[in-house]
Design a protein around this ligand. Structure first.
Ligand code: TYM
Length: 323
C-alpha cells in the first residue's frame, strides 16, 4: 500500500474550501492507502506565535470537522504534529541543505508578505514554513499529498529538497506527489480564494439562516449585467458553486450564457443545495463536538502510531548522515 500524508492548520472552524479542496480526497483515499492526517499546530505558530491560547481547542474542533466530513479514525491515523518530535529533527537537518533563495522565491511567501498586513511575518519560522511542511511529508515517506491548489508550490519545494537530500546522502527519502480535487481552488463569497482571514467563508455545519444571508452577498457576474442579458459564468462565484453542487452545471452554463436564467434564481438554487448538503453535517458536527474526551483519545492514539512510523524513518536518516 502507498502512503498518504496531509495536514491542516488548527486555526478554527473548517470551511467549504477545506472540504471541497482537500477533505473530500482525504475521505476517498483512506480506503485505499495508508493515510496520516495531521493537525499542523507548529505551523499555526508561524503566524500567531504570541497568542497560543486557542490552539488546543482548535485541534479538537478540527478533528470533529474531519469526522463530520467522513474521515474515519479506524482507517486513517489522525495525529498532531507537535506530538511527533521527529518532524522537528528532520526540519533541522533539511534546513541545513535548503538554499535561502528557494525560500525567498517561494510564491506563497512573497504573496503572503504582500497581502497579510495584520500579522508579523518577519521571522525565520515563516520563511522556513516549506521546510517544516516538507519534513511533515518526508518523515512518513508519503507518496501522495491531498491538498488544495494553494499548496502546490510547497509540494514542489518538498520534491526538490528530496532530490537534494538523496543526492548528498543516498536514496532514503521519497518524492511526494500532490493530489488535487476537482475544485482545487474554492472561491469565497467575494471571489477571492475562500479563506478565514478574508472573512469570505461558509463554514462546515453553519446554520441555514446564516448561510442564506451569506449567499445573498455572493458576487455574481463580473460584468454586472442586467436581467436577461447574456451572462459570464467563468468569473461568477455562484456558478463556481453550481460546478460543485449541481450535476447539471453544464446546462446552467448554457442557460446563463444565453440570458435564459437570472442571477437571483441561480442563487436561490444554490441556497437550497447548500442547505440540503449542510443539514446532516450540522447535526453530526454538533454531536461530535460535545464529546471532547473521545476526540482527544483519537488524537492521542493516532499520535503514538505516527510516532512509530516517523521514528523508523528518522533512524534511517541518521544512519544516512553517519550520525
Ligand atoms: P491550510 O490549513 O491553509 O489548509 C488546509 C487544506 O485546505 C486546502 N484549502 C483550500 N482548497 C481549495 N480552496 C480553498 N479556498 C482552500 N482553502 C484551504 C489547502 O490547500 C490545504 O490542503 N501548509 C498547509 C498545512 C500543512 C500541510 C503539511 C499540508 C502543514 N504540513 C503537510 C500537507 C502536508 C496549510 O496551511 O493548509
Amino acid at each position: 500500500r502507498k502512503t498518504v500524508l496531509s495536514g491542516m492548520r488548527p486555526t478554527g472552524r473548517l470551511h467549504l474550501g477545506h472540504y471541497f479542496g482537500a477533505l473530500n480526497n482525504w475521505v476517498q483515499m483512506q480506503n485505499e492507502y495508508n493515510c496520516y492526517y495531521m493537525s499542523a499546530d507548529w505551523h499555526a505558530l508561524t503566524t500567531d506565535y504570541a497568542d497560543t491560547s486557542n490552539v488546543a481547542g482548535n485541534i479538537l474542533e478540527m478533528v470533529a470537522d474531519w469526522l463530520t466530513a467522513g474521515v474515519d479514525p479506524q482507517k486513517a491515523v489522525l495525529f498532531k504534529q507537535s506530538a511527533v518530535s521527529a518532524h522537528s529533527e528532520l526540519f533541522l537537518i533539511l534546513s541545513m541543505i535548503t538554499p535561502l533563495g528557494w525560500l525567498e522565491r517561494c510564491p506563497t511567501y512573497k504573496e503572503q508578505k504582500n497581502e497579510i498586513k495584520n500579522k508579523d511575518l518577519n521571522n525565520f519560522g515563516f520563511l522556513g514554513y516549506p521546510v517544516l511542511m516538507a519534513s511533515d511529508i518526508l518523515i512518513y515517506k508519503a507518496d501522495y499529498v491531498p491538498v488544495g491548489e494553494d499548496q502546490l508550490a510547497h509540494l514542489e519545494f518538498s520534491r526538490e529538497i528530496t532530490r537534494r537530500f538523496n543526492n548528498f546522502y543516498g536514496n532514503v527519502l521519497v518524492e511526494p506527489q500532490a493530489k488535487l480535487t476537482k475544485s482545487a481552488r474554492v472561491p469565497g463569497l467575494d471571489g477571492r480564494k475562500m479563506s478565514k482571514s478574508y472573512g469570505n467563508s461558509i463554514f462546515l455545519g453553519e446554520d441555514d439562516d446564516s448561510i442564506k444571508k451569506k449567499v445573498q452577498t455572493m458576487f455574481t457576474d463580473p460584468l454586472k449585467i442586467k436581467k436577461d442579458d447574456p451572462g459570464h459564468p467563468e468569473g461568477c462565484v455562484v456558478f463556481a458553486f453550481h460546478k460543485i453542487f449541481n450535476k447539471d452545471f453544464k446546462v446552467r452554463q448554457e442557460e446563463c450564457k444565453a440570458g435564459a436564467v437570472g442571477c437571483v434564481a441561480c442563487k436561490k438554487q444554490i441556497m437550497e443545495m447548500l442547505s440540503e448538503f449542510m443539514k446532516p453535517l450540522a447535526q453530526k458536527r454538533k454531536d461530535l463536538i460535545s464529546d471532547k474526551s473521545y476526540l482527544q483519545k483519537i488524537i492521542d492514539e493516532g499520535s503514538s502510531k505516527a510516532n512509530e512510523t516517523a521514528q523508523k524513518t528518522l533512524a534511517q536518516i541518521r544512519k544516512a548522515l553517519k550520525f
